[in-house]
Design a protein around this ligand. Structure first.
Ligand code: A2H
Length: 253
């Protein structure tokens, strides 16, 4: 990777009540799954949130008395970035695994979906971001592949107790138009490269590079506060909008 730290936009996805059993002690308190993204301008297209079923997560209280859920590794980093009352001091309140927070309702910023659900993605890495990934299947080939896996495979939904209504009604939302790739660039490349599943690593890598290469300079926003503007012009403004609305914070690693 490059020199120096990577800046992420940490998107706060609010857990809606009633909370699942493992979070029941937080009734009345604000709880967020925090997702690290490099593409704040795509938050208009969120359809769900990815969690890895077997991955360990923790809950901690931040300096504003909100509960954040993420990996312990990322929470430790946050404790050195002003997220906690005392620098470097992290009070782990709960130990969780992904399955404890699977199929729960969230409120996500900017998207036209009033409610989105946490769903399983099996390829989430431990050593990157927060272990929570927000899903934008219109513009992220990984997200589209994982969503399609769930849509196509009833046994996969059943394995993780995912109800049809958490998956089937959610379709990629056209939010960015890219010359040659259209208004759903991830879908276009998934089909063009004949990607089969979220485990199709090499083709997904190729698809991601193509979306990024063509999208950054030539992509045009179709919806929201920056409609009509180029992606590279609005990335910073979208990040600032989210931060000003209290729906995101900066995170580095
Ligand atoms: B991106 P980098 Cl629309 N494991 O956000 C796997 N993937 C992870 C992750 C983890 N632990 N943490 C974050 N990510 C994803 C939006 C998006 C993203 C779009 C298009 C491309 C894209 C919506 N998902 O990323 O290795 C997150 O998905 C393409 C790589 O640190 C995050 O941004 O560069 C990105 O990967 C961070 O990847």
């Amino acid at each position: 990777e490059g020199v120096g730290p990577q800046e992420y936009t940490l998107v706060k996805m609010k857990v809606l009540e009633p909370y699942p059993p493992k979070l029941s002690s937080y009734k009345g308190t604000s709880v967020f799954l925090v997702a690290a993204t490099l593409r704040p301008e795509t938050m208009y297209g969120q359809t769900n949130c990815w969690v890895r079923p077997d991955m360990k997560y923790i809950a901690f209280k931040n300096i504003s008395n909100e509960i954040f859920i993420c990996t312990q590794r990322s929470a430790r980093n946050m404790s050195y970035q002003g997220f906690t009352q005392f620098e470097g001091k992290l009070d782990v309140e709960l130990n969780l695994v992904g399955n404890d927070i699977m199929g729960i309702k969230l409120e996500a910023p900017l998207t036209s979906n009033k409610v989105v659900y946490t769903l399983p993605m099996l390829t989430i890495k431990e050593e990157k971001g927060t272990g929570i990934v927000t899903s934008v299947p219109s513009d992220s080939p990984d997200d589209y592949a994982a969503l399609l896996d769930l849509k196509k495979k009833q046994p996969l939904r059943e394995k993780y107790n995912i109800l049809d209504e958490m998956v089937l009604p959610f379709e990629p939302i056209p939010i960015i138009e890219i010359p040659e790739l259209g208004k759903l660039s991830a879908v276009h490349l998934y089909e063009k490269l004949k990607i089969q599943s979220q485990n199709d690593k090499d083709k997904l890598q190729e698809a991601k590079e193509l979306v990024y290469l063509k999208g950054f300079y030539d992509g045009v926003m179709l919806v929201g506060d920056f409609a009509g503007k180029k992606v590279h012009e609005v990335k910073k403004s979208a990040q600032k909008l989210l931060i000003d609305q209290g729906q995101a914070v900066l995170y580095y690693e």
